[in-house]
Ligand binder design. Structure first.
Ligand SMILES: NC(=O)c1ccc[n+]([C@@H]2O[C@H](COP(=O)([O-])OP(=O)(O)OC[C@H]3O[C@@H](n4cnc5c(N)ncnc54)[C@H](OP(=O)(O)O)[C@@H]3O)[C@@H](O)[C@H]2O)c1
Length: 389
């Protein structure tokens, strides 16, 4: 029986992970659940899965008074305790944003398997995360469908046999639109993703292609690949989840209709493959045609900015990620317009100094600097929008 803790259980990935686990009660048992402030939903999950522990991170939320045999606690330290608890085998990190970094480090240092959806922790923490895995003996198994695809294609092949990987991107709801047209799109339209049903932040990241840049950095750290070995291509059907090209020119790909339940199940059971009859059978005729396009860098500059941040390394990916989190939030609140998200991130990258990242404190300091600069940019841009410019 594999004992699973889910951080971010009330989100899109967290809920999907619970559905997967509910279908395999003979293999997986939920021992801890954590969310930020969705007390009611977490309470319903506790009723259904009877974990030993439930955590609400936000201190201002009152805890339910009854929970059967479940011990409730609140605050960030309770979240970190769950991530490193000795009675856990797999920690699913389905938190959103750089807040996921410390739980990622704690889980790896404790020697757990980390089923990682929270790509921001790898982008911000980079080498700290891979070092924590080495030091603690933990293992990172990605939940992101692209990185799960790479893992599945790589099985058995040494890194030296890989020429490059090609990540696929759906292109989001604005594929084919020009930069000029993107001034007129609002959050509601950006939240209507054509192929994936996800949380708000990643859906916006998908519409700007910032998500693909985060995934380039994620692939760099997960698979030890150089940035010149990681490409991305737009594939609107989201059926091929990534390609791996080997040094002899042979190319493997992993395919399937878009669902996060499959990579979640694989992250929990890896390297074993588990029968799950509810997952949709692949049908090549129904999946046809499969098409590919290059990324439009002029319309979606956040992709290039992110890849550049990855190449620069040090503080740059931390700043890119934090600036992007601020920009996405401001766009969702209607304070800035779609193309201005890239301006906010660009300014943060230009104004926040470069430097090495050797500790969590270094990450937190770069993150805080970037958020400060980005908040000022947002304020200026929002004032301009308010003034009708
Ligand atoms: N959704 C997908 O299909 C998908 C696919 C690939 C990768 N990912 C990655 O998976 C991660 C989660 O994405 P999602 O779409 O599932 O996000 P989501 O739906 O927004 O869910 C986020 C979860 O994190 C919790 N949370 C948010 N802020 C927190 C904080 N400060 N402290 C503690 N908990 C906090 C939320 O709790 P409350 O409900 O209480 O706010 C919620 O449970 C992201 O890194 C995303 O890039 C997602």
């Amino acid at each position: 029986m594999i004992r699973v803790a889910i951080l971010g259980s009330t989100g899109s990935i967290g809920r999907s992970a619970l559905e997967v686990i509910a279908r395999h009660p003979d293999r997986f048992r939920v021992v801890a659940l954590a969310a930020n402030r969705s007390a009611e939903e977490l309470g319903a999950q506790v009723q259904r899965f009877s974990p030993e522990r439930a955590v609400l991170c936000h201190d201002g939320v009152s805890l339910p008074t009854s929970g059967g045999g479940t011990a409730w606690s609140s605050g960030r330290s309770a979240l970190l305790d769950v991530a490193e608890a000795p009675d856990v085998d797999v920690v699913v990190n389905a938190l959103v944003g750089a807040v996921g970094l410390e739980p990622t480090l704690r889980a790896l240092l404790a020697g757990h398997r980390l089923a990682l959806a929270n790509k921001e922790s790898l982008v911000a923490g980079g080498r700290l995360v891979t070092d924590a895995a080495k030091r603690g003996g933990g293992e990172i198994v990605p939940i992101d469908s692209e990185h799960s695809a790479i893992l599945q294609c790589l099985a058995g092949y040494p890194a030296s046999s890989v020429q490059r990987v090609v990540l696929t991107a759906s292109g989001g709801p604005f594929r084919g639109r020009s930069r000029d047209e993107l001034w007129r799109v609002g959050p509601e339209e950006a939240l209507r993703h054509p192929t994936w049903d996800m949380g708000a932040k990643i859906t916006i990241d998908s519409s700007t292609l910032a998500n693909k840049a985060l995934e380039v950095i994620e692939a760099h750290y997960l698979y030890g690949l150089g940035y010149d070995q990681i490409d991305a291509v737009v594939h609107p059907q989201s059926v091929i989840h990534s390609f791996v090209e080997f040094v002899d020119g042979s190319v493997l790909a992993q395919l399937g209709f878009p669902t996060m339940e499959l990579p979640i199940l694989y992250a929990l059971s890896h390297p074993e493959r588990v029968v799950d009859a509810t997952l949709q059978t692949y049908d090549p005729v129904r999946a046809s045609p499969l098409t590919f396009e290059p990324i439009d860098h002029a319309a979606f500059p956040l992709f290039g900015l992110g890849a550049e941040a990855g190449r620069r390394g040090g503080r740059a990916p931390v700043v890119y990620n934090a600036g992007n989190e601020v920009a996405v939030q401001a766009f969702l609140e209607g304070r800035i317009r779609f193309p201005e998200m890239a301006d906010v991130v660009n300014e943060a990258m230009e104004q926040v100094g470069s430097g090495d990242v050797r500790s969590v404190e270094d990450v937190l300091s770069a993150d805080a600097d970037a958020r400060r600069v980005a908040a000022v940019s947002v304020q200026r841009l929002a004032a301009a929008v308010g003034a009708g410019s």
